[in-house]
Design a protein around this ligand. Structure first.
Ligand SMILES: *Cc1c(COP(=O)(O)O)cnc(C)c1O
Length: 395
């Protein structure tokens, strides 16, 4: 049955993914089930999306209630869920202004536009530069791709948007070397995700912030993957107290309903995008906003961040044991429930083996297994995951 669906899929869908040979059907908590009823322990969470776990009743009910009321209005009008969601997002982020998008890439697009407009209003120039990082990932649209520090993703789609320079993450000197009088923004993921789970160091964050303040350059942090509690803080930068001028969020923000946002300080809000400068038909529609509202409520009610803090030490400890035990594993990197095991060889085969044994894992680059589970996991799930992974490694 599964085989037939996969054959149909490969005839109908554009082949832009080498998908795992599984057709998923339903989920419950930290488990997924395929259409043949096989159960999987999920340490991917739809790529750091389903923070609250699958089939969360309170979340599902909130969405159903909103569906019966109003799904969409356009941004020509106000709607209550979006107003409430924006207020809550201001509170948890400490930022001042919110623009809802439909994806992470779109949040990056908006952040780039806001930064360019801010600089334009200052000096009227139209040749501003943005510094992004090597090994970064910011999405697949042309603007987001232009700041993605992986030439492999960009090459066939050149030319990119202009005036992007790439520096080395956690290397302040390389950032300084790229600064010119045209620099309007410095952009990076607080913890690099796709590029291999590289957390920004405190020294780097503070150093970049100081440069930005001195030269009135905007600091943009991409919290799309590392945000929403995954690091033990609502947003990863809060751990270091280095606040960005613009921040992007998505993935776990709607826990499966497609929604993202870019947020900014009042200073940027008052001196950048204004009426007519930016828009989206769907962004922040009542259904998406209802999801954000419920997600933020449940984060609080279910003490999600406390659970991340509680469980992540245990996950680190268990992963570190594997690093000690297996010669093929070089090291572990990460923060909270965003961890990577770095191998000295490609990990594709291990991931397929794990899938076969009922464990969903993903990679980040060819040599790294990435662990971005639902934020509700418990010790027993970590033990089960480690058990299966150990079997795969020993074979
Ligand atoms: C996933 C991701 C994006 C892109 O988000 P989409 O919703 O896939 O467009 C951007 N930045 C980071 C850090 C991401 O992990």
């Amino acid at each position: 049955m599964m085989k037939e669906y996969i054959e149909d899929a490969e005839k109908a869908l554009l082949h832009t993914y080498n998908r795992y040979q599984v057709v998923l059907d339903k989920g419950d908590g930290v488990y997924l089930y395929d259409i043949e009823g096989k159960k999987y322990l999920d340490f991917c969470a739809g790529i750091a999306v389903f923070a609250l776990g699958y089939n969360n009743k309170a979340y599902n009910d909130a969405l159903k209630e909103q569906i019966d009321k109003l799904i969409h209005t356009s941004n020509y009008y106000y709607n209550v869920p979006a107003i409430e969601a924006a207020k809550k997002m201001k509170k948890v982020s400490g930022m001042d202004r919110v623009f809802f998008t439909n994806s992470g890439a779109e949040a990056i697009e908006g952040a780039i536009k806001a930064a360019r407009k801010y600089a334009y209003l200052k000096d009227g120039r139209t040749d501003h530069e943005i510094i992004a990082m090597n090994h970064s990932f910011h999405g697949r649209t042309m603007g987001a791709l232009s700041v993605t520090g992986n030439p492999k993703y960009r090459e066939a789609f050149e030319p990119m948007i202009g005036n992007i320079r790439f520096a080395e993450m956690n290397d302040l000197e390389s950032v300084k070397a790229n600064i010119t009088h045209k620099t309007c923004a410095i952009l990076f993921e607080t913890v690099q995700g796709e590029g291999g789970i590289y957390p920004a160091t405190e020294e780097f964050l503070k150093g970049v912030k100081a440069i930005c303040e001195e030269k009135d350059i905007l600091l943009i942090m991409d919290e799309i993957q590392c945000g929403m509690g995954r690091t033990g803080y609502m947003y990863a930068w809060q751990k270091y107290g280095v606040k960005p001028d613009i921040m992007t969020t998505a993935k776990a923000l709607g826990c499966g309903v497609p929604v993202g946002a870019f947020l900014m300080t009042e200073k940027v809000g008052q001196h950048s995008l204004t009426s007519g400068d930016h828009g989206t038909t769907y962004g922040g529609n009542p259904l998406a906003a209802a999801a954000v509202n419920k997600v933020l409520d449940l984060f609080e009610e279910n003490h999600i961040i406390e659970n991340v803090t509680k469980i992540s030490g245990y996950l680190e400890e268990k992963l570190d044991e594997l690093v000690e035990e297996y010669d093929c594993i070089e090291t572990r990197r990460g923060v909270g429930l965003m961890q990577g095991l770095v191998f000295n060889r490609p990990v594709g085969e291990i991931i397929i083996k794990a899938l076969d044994k009922g464990l969903i894992l993903i990679n980040a680059g060819t040599n790294i297994i990435r662990f971005v589970p639902p934020l509700i996991i418990e010790k027993s799930h970590v033990d089960a995951m480690i058990g299966i992974l150990r079997e795969c490694l020993s074979e």
